[in-house]
Design a protein. Structure first.
Length: 262
């Protein structure tokens, strides 16, 4: 086992430290923390709570990972944070653990990138390959599906769901669910508005022309036909429902609890 732990770092004897782990000067690793193999922690970072950091993650200076939530009802001590492999947390990123009232766990998948000052609050569920740009902020209980991208200064209300392969432009604010495969920006104010399918992003990620065409067709029916939502969903399902991506889009919308950004 090879570890490089700076002499000024404070590492609890009860923390579990894997192989090839690096911990920089003045960083603090708490007693409930597990750092799996090849994790790199920069200087002045704090990792605490019942927290598991997966293999190959990189945590930059001044990040705060696994801290107690900012929920006023939370008395601490029972929440958990589980982070997958290959994630990057840049400077001053803050990730809170779960709360007893919210399921007890915050989870992050694999290969996500959190830029400086990004914030993930308690009980969030983050998928794989998610990118949060500088100062993007998630309130508690937010779900973000795979390959979603959040621009700088994006703010997401608690309990909102962000669909896969969605891109949210910088400075947008949303309190409603954002459907998969969409491109979102803000209009005259800061409130998010669906601009259309994320065609460029879908093409870059290898979606077929047939799938993209079906998503565009479903978008026109659901967002541009001026029909009631249930009626629009039935029409989109009848015309494009055999396409897997459209089926996921429709299922996502029907399962929405906060309401759809439409």
């Amino acid at each position: 086992m090879s570890q490089r732990i700076h002499e000024t770092a404070i590492v609890s004897k009860d923390a579990a430290i894997g192989q090839e782990v690096e911990i920089g000067p003045y960083s603090i690793i708490g007693e409930g923390v597990t750092l799996k193999d090849n994790v790199k922690v920069g200087p002045h970072a704090v990792i605490e709570g019942d927290t598991v950091i997966g293999e190959g993650c990189r945590i930059f200076q001044f990040a705060s990972i696994g801290s107690m939530s900012q929920d006023l009802k939370d008395t601490g001590g029972e929440g958990k944070l589980v982070v997958g492999s290959g994630n990057t947390f840049r400077e001053f990123v803050t990730i809170n653990c779960g709360t007893p009232d919210g399921g007890g766990m915050t989870t992050i998948g694999d290969n996500c990138f959190f830029m400086a000052y990004a914030h993930v609050a308690h009980d969030c569920r983050i998928g794989n390959f998610v990118v949060m740009a500088n100062v993007a902020t998630l309130a508690g209980h937010v779900t973000v599906e795979d390959f979603a991208g959040l621009g700088g200064l994006v703010a997401v209300h608690q309990f909102v769901k962000i669909g896969e392969h969605t891109f949210i432009g910088g400075g947008s604010m949303t309190s409603m669910d954002i459907a998969p495969y969409m491109k979102v920006s803000h209009g005259k104010g800061a409130r998010a508005k669906v601009m259309g399918p994320n065609v460029i992003g879908l093409d870059r990620r290898g979606f077929t022309k047939e799938s993209i065409t079906a998503i565009k067709g479903a978008y026109k029916i659901i967002w541009r036909s001026n029909k009631m939502l249930n009626e629009a969903l039935k029409e989109a399902e009848g015309e494009f429902g055999e396409v897997a991506e459209v089926k996921h889009l429709i299922d996502f919308i029907r399962s929405s609890e906060r309401g759809l950004l439409r």
